[in-house]
Design a protein around this ligand. Structure first.
Ligand code: HEC
Length: 112
């Protein structure tokens, strides 16, 4: 790397640091409302991984908890996914952060 390229990198890093330290509003705006796209992604993850036991559209046949009733919040949901809940397997490392967020928005949504 030559000197001028190096100084450009340094400049960018400086700018990033500057904006990172000053833009508090970026954090405040990161909690986006559920989008249709996110729900659709969540449903895909659900259909591929959870439907087999928890039923089509989250409607349980009675042999597993009905996920439309799950009311303990996102933290408990994430713990459930990571640790499993015998006989439910652990899904630790199976999903990206985006997929987990989408899955939660689907599971916690009111719609069918
Ligand atoms: C092999 C079948 C199976 C699969 C696959 C499965 N689950 Fe489960 N799940 C269960 C069973 C059975 C329970 C109840 C365990 C118990 O009560 O001991 C459960 C419990 C849960 C609970 C707790 C419900 C409550 O009200 O306590 C959540 C949340 C949950 N599952 C979410 C999911 C999600 C999300 C997926 C897909 C990523 C999934 N499960 C995949 C069988 C499964």
């Amino acid at each position: 790397m030559n000197v001028s390229a190096y100084s450009i990198v340094a400049l960018c890093a400086g700018a990033l640091f500057y904006f990172g330290a000053t833009s508090h509003w970026v954090e405040a705006s990161s909690a986006e409302p559920q989008s249709a796209e996110q729900l659709a992604q969540g449903q895909r993850v659900y259909d591929d991984n959870c439907q087999v036991c928890h039923g089509r559209s989250r409607i349980s046949d009675g042999s597993t908890p009905d996920l439309r009733q799950f009311s303990r919040g996102e933290e408990a949901f994430r713990t459930m996914l990571a640790e499993g809940f015998y006989p439910m397997p652990s899904f630790e490392g199976e999903f990206s952060e985006d997929e987990i967020v989408a899955l939660w928005s689907y599971v916690s949504s009111a719609g069918e």
